[in-house]
Design a protein around this ligand. Structure first.
Ligand code: SF4
Length: 301
């Protein structure tokens, strides 16, 4: 007889479905293991029953226990759905807020103070469930931030719950395994960053995107360059800056531009002092290896 699968209920609030799409793009070996170990009782787009909403009303009516509850999308406190989501969280062993909207409200919360995430509204703890909420198993909401979140961050978190090895969380309730690193870690442009060689145009392979194009890789907790998207790429690898989409102050304005004060980036990476930055920049620019100043390929413009 096969082992019992972990039950999972996935609900959507105010969402663009980006996290469902990201989930569906997971690499095959991850998805196979997920489907092997997890039974999706309900997902608004994946259920093929005629009346899938019946599943949710039945759970609520009978107080049926759920293994993992996943919310994708922000919650409007004035919506009846808010009450249902709260009840489902109370019935669950583990609750996952998947993607920025479920985590802290994100774009839907920008102009509407009634819109929240499960345990945050923007950078303030609280949200729909309140700052002190814990699930039946004594765990706070597990926040898988990102716009959207990387499928492996989500699937691996669920699989560690299934295996009984609960993820260690950071101060924002995010699994450290994925968010303790910065998006700068593993970026193939690190040499350009160190020698202050800036990218001149978007989409090219050469240069670091921090100095002109607003890359927030060094300030952003995310493992996008350690666990590549679709197993092959990341924003920086494709020539675009990291927008810091896993952080709680996302979205920001002018995300493609680095703001400068008196010739120095207005925001320096954590741990870098203004004095150190200014002193090092002059030296590094003077001694930049020639190979980093050239195009990598003699390709036609
Ligand atoms: S492009 Fe961004 S992530 Fe890559 S090295 Fe530069 S600052 Fe770091």
């Amino acid at each position: 007889m096969s082992a019992r699968k972990q039950t999972l209920v996935w609900l959507q609030g105010l969402t663009c479905c980006g996290n469902t799409q990201s989930f569906l793009c997971a690499e095959d070996h991850l998805m196979d293991e997920f489907l092997d170990k997890v039974e999706i009782l309900y997902h608004p787009l994946l259920n093929d029953e005629e009346d899938p909403e019946y599943i949710i009303s039945d759970i609520l009516k009978t107080n049926k226990k759920i293994g993992v509850f996943v919310l994708e999308g922000a919650v409007n406190l004035n919506d009846k759905l808010a009450d249902d989501i709260k009840k489902l969280c109370i019935l669950s062993d583990y609750v996952i807020a998947l993607g920025n909207c479920a985590v802290h409200g994100n774009i839907p919360a920008l102009k509407d103070t009634n819109v929240v995430g499960l345990q945050y509204r923007r950078t303030t703890k609280g949200g729909l469930l309140g700052a002190d909420f814990k699930t039946r198993s004594g765990y706070p909401v597990i926040n898988i931030s990102g716009c959207p979140a990387h499928p492996e961050w989500f699937i691996s978190t669920v699989l560690s719950i299934v295996s009984g090895k609960l993820p260690a969380l950071d101060k924002f309730g995010r699994p450290k395994e994925f968010y303790a690193y910065s998006s700068h870690d593993g970026c193939i442009r690190n040499q350009y960053y160190e020698w202050r060689v800036e990218a001149e145009v978007l989409g090219r392979k050469e240069g670091c995107l921090f100095y002109r194009f607003g890359c927030r890789g060094p300030m952003t907790g995310a493992s996008c360059n350690r666990k590549l998207w679709n197993g092959i790429s990341s924003k920086q690898r494709s020539g675009q800056p990291c927008f810091g989409c896993t952080e709680f102050d996302f979205p920001r304005e002018n995300m493609w531009r680095t703001k400068y004060n008196m010739g120095v980036p207005a925001e320096l990476p954590p741990g870098v002092s203004l004095r150190g930055y200014i002193m090092a920049s002059g030296i590094l620019k003077t001694f930049t290896p020639n190979r980093l100043k050239k195009r990598l390929f003699d390709e036609a413009e």
